[in-house]
Design a protein around this ligand. Structure first.
Ligand code: GDP
Ligand code: MG
Length: 726
């Protein structure tokens, strides 16, 4: 059959995927040899497709068409001398700028060229976006996207190549590299000189020949000398005159100037057709950072974010908190009805359910808090916060990097202390470890929520926020103190990385939130349960105590007398009397429980501790709650649940009421919260401090220092507040 033959040359940078595409096109019908005269591999293949006999030639990989390397000479000569019907320039789309140099040179030769934007997959995965249509318009070249190793777009490429070969393609005058005025003048002078004076034939287009002559291209010069007839010497002379003129004008060789200008042209194309989401993100990030890390605006915004975080935690968390509270109540009420009255029931209801129940209701708050922290981390705001804090951190003699562990400390101190491992300087690390516990961890939050909720009502959010602020301020003071005494030295210089902002992915936010909340739940099942049980045992035993009055018979008496009264009363009064009776009984039960608690082991321990805590407005029950907080800070709440809420221990509203009626004042509550904020860290943190500092002494120091500081600050607040009559 007599099919039409077309030759197609594949050109491109090394590793752009030429051979891959060549193999895809030709399958097995390939001839592999060497280019004539040199040992550079020559691959040729034929394929019948779309009714054509296609001869495909894999040219050696080159970055340019300057005749410096053997590969460049082969590729250029082949295109210039053999004149393939089409040249496919295989462009590495993930490396567009570098690839376009060769592409623009093909454009200058004025052969029929087609761009294959190969490695389209790599480009995409790097977030590069190339506007193929625009590139095609700008350079007047058909563009096809391909993925060579997946054989994607190869057929389209061949189709377009055939179409281009068959088209009556006018060599475009525009849409190619334009050089600066002087060079363009020289080019057009030389060009008309060539057109008017040559007698023989120059095989290439005259503009390209002129450019090459200006570039002092040895091969082209030789060719002109051989083929341009008797005027060839004059042509070369003319070229030399222009070269000299340009060298004088630019103070550089024209080939260098023209190379620069080609790159300028490419830069222009890139700007038109190429966008990268990475770059855009960086630009957007930079603009956001102008505000968020601004010296004056950034800090108030940061404070606002933190404030909003706690406000959200507190107000949004209140709803699910209520539901869980109702659930726990329901459970405990129904168990109370079905279980027989014995010690086990007391243990289950007042020990386990009351203890764990009073903490589990804070799960929503903790979830929200961790969710917010995850947002800070995932969006990239966390490192901006560190950057902002850098200046303040320098007050302590630390740099912003130390602020990340401290910020994490708002969640949990244990991972926060471990995060300080990233600090290079030993002293910086020590200092960070010692001040991180003052960052109020999420376990302390339930204590604040109960106390602030009971005593400060609508202002609870602000009070809690202030507590966090106090923690930060005291960590700064502590840092300064230690920096100028025990941990003297300068902070190590560092560079704070500011990664581009990212829109957080809900899934990753949830995962981060859950990873941390899991720890809270585990603690609840483990150490909090154990702590609650211990507290219950200590407050229940010794079991047989001598009451100051026989409550049981008193209750029986009160019941009997009310019942008798109800018998004889008017119908209308009966309800009122029944209510009075129940209140009286509840009062007695409460008094009995209070007396029981006071006479328990717990009571004895509390009494011993009470004098220490009296000056800061905390009674023996509060003292015990604080003591049990060493196990885990959440236990402070569950202990209070057991000790204060004499009537219904599992009910947080009841706990609030009990606290209000226990004689605690708002100032006392504030003193207690501050004490909880500052006093010795929980057992897990103490262990982490021991591990990370590698020193028993620093661990003891941390415990003693923080507890003393807590007492002193709470003392000042309580005494000051009381004196002022707040
Ligand atoms: P040549 O030097 O231009 O002949 O390039 P090759 O054809 O040898 O390809 C270089 C490498 O790039 C090989 O490992 C190919 O498998 C790979 N490759 C070719 N095209 C693509 C593509 O479109 N996407 C990806 N990811 N890899 C490619
Ligand atoms: Mg190859």
């Amino acid at each position: 059959m007599n099919q039409k033959r077309l030759s197609i040359a594949l050109a491109g940078n090394p590793n752009s995927g030429k051979t891959t595409i060549f193999n895809n096109m030709t399958g097995t019908r390939q001839k592999v040899g060497n280019w004539p005269g040199v040992t550079v591999e020559k691959k040729e293949g034929t394929v019948k497709k779309f009714g054509y006999d296609l001869k495909i030639i894999d040219l050696p990989g080159t970055y340019s068409l300057t005749p410096f390397t053997i590969e460049e000479i082969i590729a250029r000569d082949f295109v210039l001398e053999e004149c393939p019907d089409v040249v496919i320039d295989i462009i590495d789309a993930s490396n567009l700028e570098r690839s376009l140099y060769l592409a623009t040179q093909f454009r200058e030769i004025d052969c029929k060229v087609l761009f294959a934007l190969n490695m389209a997959d790599v480009a995409r995965s790097r977030g590069f976006k190339i506007d193929g249509k625009k590139l095609s318009e700008l350079l007047n070249v058909p563009v096809v996207f391909t993925v060579g190793n997946k054989n994607q777009g190869i057929d389209t490429l061949l189709e377009k190549a055939i179409e281009l070969a068959e088209s009556s393609y006018e060599i475009p005058k525009k849409r190619r590299v334009k050089y600066s005025k002087d060079i363009e003048n020289s080019i057009s002078n030389l060009k008309s000189f060539l057109e008017n004076w040559t007698e023989g034939s120059i095989p290439y287009n005259t503009r390209w020949t002129s450019i090459k002559l200006l570039e002092d291209d040895k091969i082209v010069k030789k060719r002109v000398l051989n083929k341009a007839g008797k005027n060839s010497r004059e042509i070369l002379q003319q070229a030399q005159i222009h070269r000299d003129f340009l060298v004088d004008r630019f103070d550089d060789d024209p080939e260098i100037v023209m190379t620069d200008e080609r790159y300028g042209f490419i830069a222009g194309i890139i700007r038109e057709v190429f966008t990268t989401s990475t770059k855009q993100r960086i630009d957007i990030s930079r603009n956001i950072d102008l505000i968020l890390t601004n010296r004056f605006v950034g800090f108030p915004i940061f404070i606002f974010f933190i404030w909003a975080m706690f406000q959200l935690t507190f107000s949004l968390g209140a709803y699910p908190m209520e539901w869980i509270d109702m659930g726990v109540n329901l459970l405990s009420k129904s168990l109370a009805q079905v279980l027989p009255n014995n010690l086990f029931k007391d243990f289950l209801l007042n020990g386990v359910i009351a203890g764990v129940g009073s903490v589990v209701i804070f799960l929503p708050n903790i979830l929200i808090l961790f969710f917010c922290i995850a947002i800070f981390e995932d969006t990239g705001y966390m490192s901006r916060a560190a950057f902002l804090m850098d200046k303040i951190m320098h007050l302590i003699g630390l740099h912003g990097k130390s602020f990340i562990p401290m910020l994490m400390g708002f969640g949990c101190t244990v991972p926060a202390i471990m995060a300080s491992r990233t600090l290079e300087s030993e002293k910086d690390r020590m200092l960070t470890i010692l001040i991180t516990p003052f960052m109020s961890c999420s376990a302390k939050l339930p204590v604040y929520i109960v106390l602030a909720g009971a005593f400060f009502g609508a202002r609870a959010g602000t009070v809690i926020f202030s507590l966090y602020l106090v923690g930060i301020i005291l960590s700064i003071i502590t840092g300064r103190l230690l920096r100028s005494t025990l941990l003297r030295g300068a902070d190590a210089p560092f560079v704070m990385e500011l990664p581009p902002y990212r829109a957080p992915m809900i899934k990753s936010l949830l995962i981060h939130m859950w990873d941390r909340s899991k720890i809270f739940l585990k603690k609840m099942g483990g150490i909090i349960l154990a702590g609650s049980v211990v507290v219950w045992i200590l407050s229940t035993f010794p079991h047989n105590i001598l009451y100051s009055l026989d409550y049981n018979s008193k209750i029986a008496g009160v019941t009997a007398s009310y019942n008798a009264e109800i018998e004889t009363a008017h119908e209308s009064d009966k309800k009122l009397l029944a209510k009075k009776r129940d209140v009286a009984i509840a009062e007695l039960l409460k008094a009995k429980k209070a007396e029981k608690a006071e006479n328990s082991f717990m009571g004895s321990i509390g009494k011993v501790l009470a004098p220490v805590f009296a000056p800061i407005g905390i009674d023996w029950r509060g003292s015990i709650a604080l003591l049990t907080g060493f196990v885990a800070k959440e236990i402070v709440v569950s202990t209070m649940g057991i000790l204060y809420a004499a009537d219904e221990a599992d009910d947080s509203a009841a706990l609030k009421n009990a606290l209000l009626s226990s004689g605690m004042t708002p100032v006392g509550a504030l003193a207690m919260m501050v004490f909880v904020l500052l006093y010795m860290p929980c057992i897990a943190t103490v262990a982490a401090i021991r591990r990370e500092t590698g020193s028993f002494k620093w661990m003891i120091f941390s415990v003693v220092y923080s507890t003393s500081l807590a007492w002193i600050v709470a003392f000042c607040i309580y005494q000051g507040g009381t004196v002022l009559g707040v």
